[in-house]
Every structure is written in structure tokens, then in C-alpha cells.
Design a protein around this ligand. Structure first.
Ligand code: ADE
Ligand code: ZN
Length: 351
């Protein structure tokens, strides 16, 4: 158990989330509600029964259930409701900025248009900004179990909505689908001026992290926990300040590590690597962002100082403009979070 003071600190401190799949925020209750209104029959009888199926031995077992859940999303309103529900969570957890992944191919291959899904998501983002000031970025991911040709097709569809998109990523089954498979489409992404990220070193080896940097020219790595197996790679991550978006509860649930203490988070921080904490697919992994912070604080016996560093990293590693990054980093400094974290004074933390 962590202390109430640390718990409050985690809750109150402004944070950015940089690795969350909108389809992974689909709570069973909302899933059932949307399935019902769309007249879609699902295998499980109730939200409770569905939740009980959330026991995974690896990434693939999770993905099978996750894609099945996403199949009930048909209309713009469905994507709106899904996104708005996540933004409500952000508001309740003091997540002030979020960079959201979505998997267009999961939906377009079922006949849902790119326009339907991105419009629904974007309308919710606009409302979340108006209501709570939460800023966001959108990052469509290519599904690595599909062909590069398919990825190129999705990329071309996405170009019509380019003003809504910050970058492109790569997710789904890492094993058997190395970064090299997507070299061409990532080059196209770069040529069109978008940022690039990729899931790598989650179930796959450190080599996938190196290859994502070299072949796909990504500026951020999603997960990347296997990077610690390669000393030279660690050095490169520090020197180039390549951020890692680590997802602790996800890694535990998908058995990337046996126990939370096996996550190399302390090593990453000790090396001054820009590691961040994120929720990945919170509806499936038993906790949103603050639950992830609490879990690592408890496991690694961390205090406010480490939590503050991780919150600072979340803004430094974000795709916010420098001006906005500095605004949040200034807020963390000026509101006394640092002095509190250093034990200099016991002041009241801002709300
Ligand atoms: N899609 C959703 N969550 C994912 C994860 N953790 N790894 C790869 N693809 C994903
Ligand atoms: Zn992910």
C-alpha cells in the first residue's frame, strides 16, 4: 500500500498519457449497451461474464478478445461515446493531455468508413477540450498482422483527414511481424510530414526497437521494455532522448513480465531514459493511468520525487508544441510539486 499523501500526489499532479488505444478503453458495460442498440449478439451473456474472460497468457490472447469487442462499433455515435467515456476518465484523473491510438483497419475491414470513426472520435475530443480543456493528438496505428499493402491503403484513406492526425504508429502481434515489413509505408508517412511511432520490444526482442529506430525512423517507442537487453541501444535511447511509453499493468496482464518488480523501470530512470507511464488498454488490464502510477510506486517503493519525474517525462515526451510543454513543466515546477517531492516543504498541492 502507498501512503494517502503519495496517492493524493499521484491523483493531483497534471499528467499526459501517451499510449492508450481508444478501443482498449471500451468498458464491458458500454460494450454491452452499444451491442444492444446495434442489434449485435455477443458471445458472453453479461458484462460481468465478459470481464471474467479477461485472463490472458500473452498478447495474442488479449488481441483476439479486444478485436471481438471492437466489432460492435458501427456508427459515429459509437465512436463518440467510446472516446467521451475515456475523456471523462482523463478528467477524473487529472490527465490534461492525451495522445490516442486507434486501429482504423479493425473497423474499415468490417465496412465502417474511416470518416465515420474519425469523425466520432474527433467530435468527442472537441467536446472534451471545450468542457475540461483536455488537449489531445490522434495517432492511427497500422495493424502489423495485416500486409504492408493494407497499411498503405489505410494511410491513403487517412490523408483525407490529415489535419486531424499527428502521426502514425504500428501495433498488434509483434512476434512474426518485424518492423522491416512496414519500411515502405513508414517512409511514406515521413514524406507526408507526419510523426512516427511503433510498438516494439513488448513481446519481441530489443532488435525490434533498434530496427524501428533505424528502418521506420520512429521518434518514440511504445513499450520498449526489452531495450534493457541491449546496452548499446540503451545508450542510443539516452543520447537521442527517444522516449519509451511503458505500460506497467499491461505488461503484467499480458505476461510480458511475471511480476511487476521484473519491469526494468528503475533501470530506465537510473539511465535517464525518457520513460513514461501509460495505461495501454485500461478497460482490459484493470486500471487507468493513476492505477498504473500507484502500482509502480508501490512496487519500486517510489516517493513523490520519482512520480514527479515520470509526470515531467510525460510532457517532455509528448507531441505538444514546445510552448505547451513548457507551460505544463512550468506548472509542475511553480506549483510547488518539486519542492513537495523533495521534502522541502509541506504545502498544499494544487487541485
Ligand atoms: N493493440 C492494443 N494493445 C496492444 C498492445 N499492448 N500491443 C500491441 N498491440 C496492441
Ligand atoms: Zn499499445
Amino acid at each position: 500500500m502507498i501512503t494517502d499523501t503519495l496517492n493524493n500526489f499521484i491523483h493531483n499532479i497534471p499528467k499526459a498519457e501517451l499510449h492508450v488505444h481508444i478501443e482498449g478503453t471500451f468498458e464491458p458495460e458500454l460494450l454491452f449497451e452499444i451491442a444492444q442498440r446495434n442489434n449485435i449478439q455477443i458471445k458472453h451473456k453479461s458484462a460481468e461474464e465478459l470481464k471474467n474472460a479477461y485472463n490472458f497468457n500473452n498478447l495474442q490472447e488479449f488481441l483476439d478478445i479486444y478485436y471481438e469487442g471492437a466489432d460492435v462499433l458501427l456508427h459515429e455515435q459509437d465512436f463518440y461515446d467510446l472516446t467521451f467515456a475515456y475523456l471523462q476518465k482523463c478528467q477524473s484523473e487529472n490527465i490534461v493531455h492525451t495522445e490516442i491510438f486507434f486501429d482504423p483497419q479493425t473497423h474499415t475491414q468490417r465496412g465502417v468508413s474511416f470518416k465515420t470513426l474519425i469523425t466520432g472520435i474527433n467530435k468527442a475530443l472537441i467536446d472534451g477540450f471545450k468542457k475540461w480543456g483536455i488537449t489531445s493528438r490522434l495517432i492511427p496505428n497500422f495493424l502489423r498482422h495485416l500486409s504492408e499493402e493494407d497499411a498503405i491503403k489505410m494511410f491513403k484513406e487517412a490523408l483525407e483527414f490529415r489535419e486531424l492526425i499527428t502521426g502514425f504508429g504500428l501495433d498488434s502481434s509483434e512476434l512474426g511481424h518485424p518492423p522491416a515489413k512496414f519500411k515502405k509505408v513508414f517512409q511514406m508517412v515521413g514524406e507526408e510530414g507526419f510523426l512516427r511511432v511503433a510498438h516494439a520490444g513488448e513481446e519481441g526482442p530489443a532488435q525490434n526497437v533498434s530496427d524501428s529506430l533505424r528502418l521506420l525512423k520512429v521518434s518514440r517507442i511504445d513499450h520498449g521494455v526489452r531495450s534493457v537487453d541491449d546496452k548499446l541501444l540503451l545508450k542510443e535511447l539516452v543520447e537521442k532522448q527517444i522516449p519509451l511509453t511503458v505500460c506497467p499493468l499491461s505488461n503484467l496482464k499480458l505476461k510480458v513480465v511475471k511480476e511487476m518488480k521484473d519491469l526494468p523501470l528503475q533501470i530506465l530512470l537510473d539511465h535517464n531514459i525518457l520513460a513514461t507511464i501509460n495505461s495501454d488498454d485500461p478497460a482490459y488490464f484493470g486500471g487507468y493511468l493513476n492505477e498504473n502510477y500507484r502500482a509502480v510506486a508501490e512496487t519500486f517503493k517510489w516517493s513523490e520525487a520519482e512520480i514527479l519525474t515520470l509526470a515531467e517525462n510525460s510532457f517532455k515526451a509528448s507531441f505538444l508544441a514546445n510552448e505547451d510543454k513548457n507551460k505544463w513543466l512550468g506548472e509542475l515546477r511553480n506549483n510547488g510539486y518539486r519542492s513537495f517531492a523533495n521534502g522541502v516543504s509541506k504545502i498544499t498541492i494544487g487541485q
